[in-house]
Structures are given as C-alpha cells and as structure tokens.
Design a protein around this ligand. Structure first.
Ligand code: HEC
Ligand code: HEC
Length: 221
C-alpha cells in the first residue's frame, strides 16, 4: 500500500503558534477553575451523568428531595398503592386490605382464569358504594415488572422509579408523561366512598415534575 505524501506547504511560525497555544491553555484553565467552584458534583451526580450521558439542567438535590416527599405521599396513598402491592393480589379500600376473592396478578397483570380484572372492572366506574372502580385498562403491572410501592421506603422507591430495569424501561420523559396516564388520573376519580390522594392532581404533577427535572434525587436511606 502506498501512503499518500502530503506536499509540505505549511510554513510554521513558531512564535505566533506559541502565543496561540498559551492563550488557549489560559482560557481552558480559567474555565476549569470556574467549573470546580460553581458545580460541586457529588459522586452520585457523576454516576447518573455517566449513565444518562447528559446533564439535566438546574440540578438541585434539596428541591428535588423536597418534591419527592410530596410524590411519596401520593404513591403510598391507597388509590395508588392498592395496584402496586408487594404480593400478587391487589389491595382494596382505604386500609389497603387484600382484594376479596383474591384475584391474582397473572403474567400480564390482568388476572387469571375466571378472575380477569375486566370481568368486574368496567371501562368506567360502576355507580354505588363498594362497586368496582373502572378503567378500560384496569390491571396490575405485569409479573416481570411488578413496580411494587407497598413497603418501600422513600429512598428505595425513588431509586426504583428511576431504574429502567424496574420501571418498565421508562425514560425521564416517559415518566414525566406518566403523570397524565389514565390509571394515575383515575386516582382522582376513584368512585363513591373512596378518599382522594392527599393533594390535587395538579399539585402532584408539579411535585413529580420538580422531583425529576431537578435531578430525581433519592432521599437519604
Ligand atoms: C388499576 C391499577 C393501577 C392504579 C389504580 C394505579 N396504577 Fe400505577 N401502574 C399500573 C400499571 C399496570 C402500571 C404499568 C403500566 C405502565 O407502565 O404503563 C403502572 C405504572 C406506574 C408508574 C410507572 C412505573 C414506575 O414504577 O415508575 C407510576 C409512576 C405509577 N404507576 C404511579 C401511579 C400513581 C401515582 C397512581 C395513583 C394516583 C397509580 N399509579 C395508580 C397500575 C395502576
Ligand atoms: C369478581 C370481581 C372482581 C375481579 C375479578 C377483580 N376485582 Fe377488583 N374490585 C372488585 C370490587 C367489587 C371492588 C370494590 C370493593 C370495595 O370497594 O369494597 C374492587 C376493588 C379493587 C381495587 C381497589 C381500588 C381502590 O382504589 O381502593 C383494586 C386496586 C382492584 N380492585 C384491582 C383489581 C385487579 C388488578 C384485578 C385483576 C387482577 C381485580 N381487581 C379483579 C371486584 C373485582
């Protein structure tokens, strides 16, 4: 193989090049030192940055963790936790007791055999007390991705929500959108006799968005 030979047309000017390199080095040094003083990265930050390969804007661990405290209250409220149980049977009522007649999750979360969720849970709420709440898509998370909330500490739940292996492979954008998912919205229209989550849907969305956009920090264990 022949190497193409470059004609030597450049005439180097050692002094000017020297000055130019000097200027570049100084600018780099100044930039580096400003970064060091203004952007105090924790080990956690570096890990997340490496993972997502892009730095979210306006990281603020204090604001983020504060917002998660509100998020956690909603997630652990019966309207949400009843479908995010530790076991394979959904929960019912404001005391989150095991679902009567014990319908099971099944592989897809839609129930098993004669106990399919949609046999009793209609596309809309059934009128009256102690009737099944409705949604066209009423089911538990699937067996391969159980998305358990029950029993999780704030630290554990925050970590889990951001882990693609445990949250259904959701990106931050998809998680943000999930605040408007039909099953989530249903929490604020739960059917007669059921208490609402501890804040409005707008307040929840605000806390959820702040938590994620400020860096999705997990509270200390
Ligand atoms: C009828 C059962 C049901 C109810 C009630 C329910 N969810 Fe879910 N939830 C699911 C299912 C099923 C999935 C998984 C489907 C998906 O990923 O879209 C899910 C997924 C999620 C996820 C994304 C997965 C994760 O771990 O990050 C979040 C967040 C979530 N739910 C929050 C809530 C909140 C908040 C409420 C209450 C306001 C709620 N859910 C009520 C069934 C339910
Ligand atoms: C045989 C009928 C039947 C089947 C099958 C059934 N449910 Fe229910 N479900 C009900 C009734 C009735 C209620 C209301 C009970 C009450 O309020 O006392 C209910 C309530 C619930 C609640 C409580 C809602 C809340 O906000 O507290 C959840 C969660 C739930 N069901 C999930 C499921 C899931 C998931 C499946 C499928 C795996 C399922 N159910 C299968 C009849 C059924």
């Amino acid at each position: 193989m022949k190497q193409p030979t470059e004609p030597k047309t450049h005439s180097f000017r050692p002094i000017r090049t020297g000055i130019a390199i000097g200027v570049i080095l100084t600018v780099t040094a100044i930039m580096a030192s400003t970064f060091k003083t203004t952007d105090k990265l924790t080990e956690e930050d570096v890990k997340t940055k490496n993972k997502t390969n892009r730095a979210p804007i306006n990281r603020d661990s204090v604001e983020s963790v504060k917002a998660f405290a509100s998020v956690y209250k909603v997630l652990m409220s019966p309207r949400c936790m009843n479908c995010h149980p530790a076991g394979d049977v959904p929960l019912q009522g404001d005391d989150s007791h095991l679902h009567t007649m014990g319908p099971k999750r099944g592989a897809e979360g839609k129930g098993l055999y004669a106990m399919k969720c949609s046999n009793c849970h209609q596309p809309t709420n059934t009128p009256g007390v102690h009737t099944p709440p409705g949604n066209p898509n009423w089911h538990l998370p699937p067996a391969t991705m159980r998305m358990v909330f029950q029993g999780r500490t704030p630290h554990q739940l925050a970590k889990q929500l951001m882990d693609p292996k445990q949250n259904g492979n959701k990106t931050k954008e998809q998680l943000l959108e999930h605040a408007h998912d039909g099953l989530v919205l249903g929490g604020w229209n739960p059917g007669e006799g059921r208490t609402l989550p501890p804040m409005s849907h707008a307040e929840f969305t605000k806390a959820w968005t702040t938590w994620i956009k400020k860096g999705a920090y997990a509270p200390k264990p």
